[in-house]
Design a protein around this ligand. Structure first.
Ligand code: TPP
Ligand code: MG
Length: 344
């Protein structure tokens, strides 16, 4: 089945529209270069993490977002630096886009003492409070009510900050999602609820778990705007999230943005991909968000093909260097390894 027919979202990205051209002008060269850099860093970070895992250097599991990079990067690109994010178990791209130190992320991954959570949290718990990244939990949907609490605090403080609350498609079937959107709507909180819709919750296809065509339709129940966009098109994501961020900053309340995308890898490291076909995976791999963005940038004359590849190579070098530095960092000491694991 064609992707557009299956998802109800127009995903033709090959021709540069007038709207895309205006958006490219508005964003400008440096911001677009930053977006490409963050997408490439996310891709290479996860490829490196997977490699380290296969070599037995990472303990526990991990959830890779390879193929989904446009969703976190396009979303965070719509924020001002002082704005906030709270994300979920598939959150490497969110952390990288929000400016996390990649060496410290890699150190956390490898269980090293200088890591973001002193090596005690691992892949799912990369938080960077000074950078406005309020972290994630592995409990599906539990970040969404937390976002409502943060949004309420921002409102009570009369802050100009906006919060992005990220979650997966599966999370939108939990009660927390519905209660949170209702409460955020009633209170008019400055939150953008963003679904990184990779179309599966573990092995459950999104269409089998709901009887509506698009997740964004759920916004109607709570009287807030909802939109589903091509989540492999970083410009489309940026545009939708920017509109929602502006609404939040004006004090007009929350919105829901559904970024329809796809994860190329399995759910986590124990996945055997028995619930989907190779043809389906190949179909989405052919629409790589990074390749598509590079094509748009070159086609629009924003950058030469050489510049695009230089950004890609620099991102790869950043990740290789981060992995090397993190590998040499010390592990927690047996005497202190329970620090910060239990509440005092
Ligand atoms: C409350 C809760 N139920 C079940 C799980 C097990 N679990 C971990 S990830 C996941 C799928 C979540 O799907 P989705 O929200 O679409 O996020 P994705 O993994 O696709 O990024 C499940 C069921 C959990 N961690 N927490
Ligand atoms: Mg999912």
């Amino acid at each position: 089945m064609a992707i557009a027919e299956r998802t109800g979202v127009n995903m033709e990205m090959s021709v540069l529209t007038d709207e895309q051209a205006d958006l490219l002008n508005e964003l400008g060269h440096d911001k677009l270069a930053w977006m490409l850099q963050k997408m490439c860093e996310t891709r290479y970070f996860e490829e490196k993490a997977e490699d380290l895992y296969i070599r037995g250097l990472v303990h526990g599991t991990m959830h890779l977002s390879i193929g989904m990079e446009a969703s976190p990067v396009g979303s965070v690109a719509a924020l001002d630096p002082e704005d906030l994010i709270i994300h979920h178990h598939r959150g490497h791209g969110h952390s990288i886009a929000k400016g996390a130190d990649i060496t410290l992320m890699m150190a956390e991954f490898l269980g090293k003492e200088p890591g973001y959570c002193r090596g005690r949290g691992g892949s799912m718990h990369i938080a960077d409070l000074p950078g406005g990244n309020l972290g994630a939990t592995g409990v599906v949907a539990s970040g969404i009510p937390t976002a409502v609490g943060i949004g309420l605090a921002l409102q009570m403080q009369r802050s100009d900050q906006v919060l992005l609350s990220f979650f997966g498609d599966g999370a939108t079937n939990l009660g927390e999602f519905h209660e949170s959107l209702n409460m955020a709507s009633v209170w008019g909180l400055p939150i953008v609820f963003i679904c990184d819709n990779n179309q599966y919750g573990m092995s459950m296809a999104v269409q089998r778990a709901m009887n509506i065509e698009r997740i964004s339709l759920r916004a109607g129940s709570y009287g807030i705007p909802g939109v589903s966009v091509d989540g492999n098109d970083v410009l489309a994501v940026y545009q939708a999230v920017r509109t929602a961020v502006e609404r939040g900053r004006r004090g007009d309340g929350p919105s829901l943005v559904d970024n329809v995308t796809y994860r190329w890898r399995g759910h986590s490291k124990s996945d055997r991909n028995l619930y989907r076909t190779q043809a389906e995976i190949d179909n989405w791999r052919a629409r790589c968000p990074i390749v598509c963005f590079k094509e748009v940038l070159v086609e629009a004359g924003v950058m030469s093909a050489d510049e695009v590849e230089a950004i890609d190579l620099a991102a790869k070098a950043t990740i290789d260097r981060a992995a090397e530095e993190a590998s040499a960092m010390p592990e927690p000491d047996p005497d202190n390894m329970e620090d910060e694991v239990y509440a005092p």
